[in-house]
Design a protein around this ligand. Sequence first.
Ligand SMILES: [Zn+2]
Length: 370
Amino acid sequence: MKEVKYNCFICGKPIKSDNFSVEHIILNGIGGKLRSKNLICKQCNNELGSNSDVALSESLSFYTDMLQVKKDRDNDHNQVMIDENGHEIIVEDAGNKLKLRRPYFNKEVLGGEKRYHIVVKNKEELRKYLAGQVRAGEITQEQMDEVMSKAKMTKQRPRLNIQTCVLEEAFPSIIKSAVDYYIECFHRTEDIKHLIPYLKGEKDCKEVLNLIVFDQLPYTDNPNEITHMIHLEGTAKTGVLYALMEYYSIYTYVVFLKENYSGPYINVTYCYDVINNVEVKRDFSLSVDRKWIADYKEYFEKKQNTLFAATEKRANRIMGIWQKKEREKLLGDIVNKAFAKHPDGCLITPEIYNQLVNDIIVGLEEYFVG
Ligand SMILES: [Zn+2]
């Protein structure tokens, strides 16, 4: 019989080898690596359900996919996004392939003239549609042939509409993550008992959770990192124990864990860089209480433009890292393809060298011209 060290923070039953569950303190769906078997029993975990976790993963999936964030188990679905023209685009291969989900046909008649707007994946889709129009007597066979002979495939990356807000359904998951980390570090379940109704969706999470946009971060961060962070700070001086939660270096929330805190001063930070897949050290202190939140809200009202610019800057940083990754992968693919034509370890003669250079240039042209 294994020694029982901890009790489930929800029901209080001892966690044993037959009822433990592995809890991702930061969701696996967004690349969280921190896990624990000592937090919650299997039954309570099942009863909590996963709706809120799914809502958080979905809200952040744009960043997860674009940044090709590594997950423990890849039960990836293909994400569908909408481009700026309203077409559904399937995002595959962690954002490297964008594919039109279905063909789009639109016909309008302007002063006796028929105008077709057609967006298709390939010539076959176009041919099928036009053949139908010929059968229906809408266009002639000659017109169809002309269109088919002139149609050219172009490579283009559609501009996608980005979902930029975290759904309210995700809030219990954010609070749970903060609670999980507090219990994992300190095992003081009595401090957070009052938060359980929020985790179960029985109370309005906005009572204890606040979205914060920093124009000046309370810590220094490396511009090549994109991080998930949980910072716990508590002091009897303010009587507040709170968590500062950060997702993809862009969404930040303050969660009030306890507001009549009289325990020892605590200050711990867990920070994980999802680009370089390493834990990073972050050390800072920020005194947060209800007044701080009220002051922030007042500041927010006055300085919306500044704060918007700060968020935009952080979003641009993510897009910059994504573009760099994508360029590297593209170049790697083209170079690999060019080299694959020649046997491994073959002597590079001037002819082969010219061929390689040519293949690489053609590969690049295909991508940039179109
Ligand atoms: Zn339990």
